[in-house]
Ligand binder design. Structure first.
Ligand code: SF4
Length: 290
């Protein structure tokens, strides 16, 4: 069996030729079993409802502890059931892999200058690999661009142990569990929001640019930044637009942090040419230059 990010471990046993063995259970990944990026342990507190999410997000003393708390959250019954069912059944092409099947924490620098915000993990992408935007076409498109503009150490993001580094950037999702049809409900979005708010509170002193990928992230980002204590965020978000820039503060200081809009690198957008490599490079390149 392979386990995303554990391929090198299993490769060590490759001297013994054997038929691939389908694991009895596809997921979710056990806490503390060594999955790369697993920040949770047996003592990490588990949020089982919205109130607990608020309490545990607001009290996390470090980014790492916050990540661990995110990774064991069980506050949304529908999403917990869906992410674990997907991890159990798996897509045929990944049938020999163990899926992560748990919520996805943000990934990258703890003091990033650029923060990229997406919608939610993909069922067979982040929910499989355990890392945001990793293991699907959207992530391929995004990380190749982050590499071209100097924000990622490599152009690919295949599994949680692939060595990808984002020394100046952090990527996170507004909703941390893969939702059916990529559509979280309003209640699920609100329940998950404190995780994003807490993460933004950790990065607010260093972040120069916040890039919202798509209208959902755009709409979620403004109030989350306000709740995180970022000064000068407009009360009412302007309409989402690709390429938009909203300067924080009174809007007159060109060197103030900025919120930027960018079409989501979904296959629907990239296959149709609505979002091209050049368009994504332009937005992320401007963010990197802040
Ligand atoms: S969507 Fe967010 S709040 Fe809901 S279970 Fe997942 S991590 Fe927890």
């Amino acid at each position: 069996m392979t386990w995303s990010g554990w391929r090198t471990v299993t490769a060590a046993a490759a001297a013994v030729p054997a038929e691939p063995v389908r694991p009895r259970s596809g997921g979710p990944a056990p806490v503390g079993a060594g999955w790369p990026g697993d920040a949770a342990s047996a003592t990490t507190p588990i949020a089982r409802d919205a109130a607990a999410v608020g309490r545990l997000a607001g009290s996390a003393p470090t980014m790492e502890r916050l990540d661990g708390r995110v990774q064991v959250c069980r506050a949304c019954p529908r999403l917990v059931a869906w992410r674990e069912e997907v991890a159990e059944v798996r897509r045929a092409s990944y049938a020999d892999e163990r899926y992560w099947g748990r919520p996805i924490a943000g990934y990258g620098a703890e003091r990033p200058e650029v923060v990229v915000v997406g919608l939610a993990p993909a069922a067979h992408g982040g929910n499989r690999t355990g890392r945001v935007f990793t293991g699907d076409r959207s992530g391929d498109f995004l990380f190749a661009s982050l590499h071209r503009v100097g924000l990622a150490s490599q152009p690919t993001s295949e599994h949680a142990g692939d060595g990808l580094q984002l020394p100046r950037a952090r990527v996170l999702a507004a909703v941390r569990c893969a939702p059916p049809a990529n559509k979280p409900t309003a209640e699920e979005t609100a329940t998950c929001n404190p995780w994003m708010v807490a993460e933004l509170a950790f990065v607010r002193r260093d972040a120069r640019a916040y890039v919202a990928l798509g209208g959902f992230a755009w709409k979620a980002l403004f109030p989350a930044l306000q709740a995180a204590g970022v000064p000068g965020v407009p009360e009412r978000p302007p309409a989402f637009q690709h390429g938009a820039e909203v300067l924080l503060g009174d809007g007159t200081h060109p060197d103030a942090p900025v919120i930027m809009g960018c079409y989501h690198p979904s296959q629907q957008n990239t296959f149709t040419g609505r979002l091209t490599e050049a368009m994504l490079d332009d937005v992320l390149g401007r963010a990197a230059a802040r």
